[in-house]
Design a protein around this ligand. Sequence first.
Ligand code: CO
Length: 296
Amino acid sequence: MEKEEREKWLLAGKVGREIRELGVSLCKPGAKILDIAEAIEKRTFEMGARPSFPPNISINQIAAHYTPKFGDNLELKDNDIVKIDVGASVDGYLSDTAASVSVGNSDNPLITAARDALDSVAKLIRPGMAVSEISAVIEDTITKAGFSPIVNLGGHGIGRYSLHEGEFISNSRNNAGVYLRKEGVVAVEPFATTGGGYVIDSSEIQILSLIEGKNVRSALGREILKYIAEEYHELPFAKRWIITRFGRLAELELKNLTAIGALNEFNVLKERDNGMVAQFEHSFLFDDGNVVVTTL
Ligand code: CO
């Protein structure tokens, strides 16, 4: 790998770690999740990076894909299980990392199970290895602690401006015959739950991404689409960001743009049995046979 490329992956990881830890430190009773998200975004830009996707701040039964909505008033309460899932982009080189906290508590067994699963993977991950070996370690660590892995969420390959590509790294035992890439970046993200271990779409959508440019009749719609392509490429973005930039009318335009197939929606994902959910995630760089946890 070229030195310049390696340095961008590493910086994206460093910023990812920093904003994850900032988010975790702000998870206090009474904290507004919108303030936490904005602090994360501010720090990302201060460090010379951009978000690789909107900060996901998902609480309790919500597993993923919640980012604060425009004007969100939601505050954290004692005992909330909060997942901070964030990432940074440096010239399209991305990181993706997550941690969980129990608000007002030092720790919690569900959180420990998810963290232990990721730590176990970090000890054995190697370029080109069978994904099934990683999946087995994740499932075994979580089930031994008395919880279930979420089977329809998992890790993934990462490419330039491409958050999910290539290998899917399942959180449950399988013999899919899939191998990790030998060179490049993958994210591993164990999810543990007190429920059955399956997430479903809720009707709420706060995150979108560009599919492709389309001919749009409205001037505002055209302007928004151009902005999205320039600012985010095909990476996920928050509805809130567009409303902040273009005003409340933009919300309707985003609906129109989705209806014509220009935008993709990420539904907020909740555990089907309303189980509590904890998650940890790191990005791993494989470079010339070596493994670097970029977000450690
Ligand atoms: Co991820």
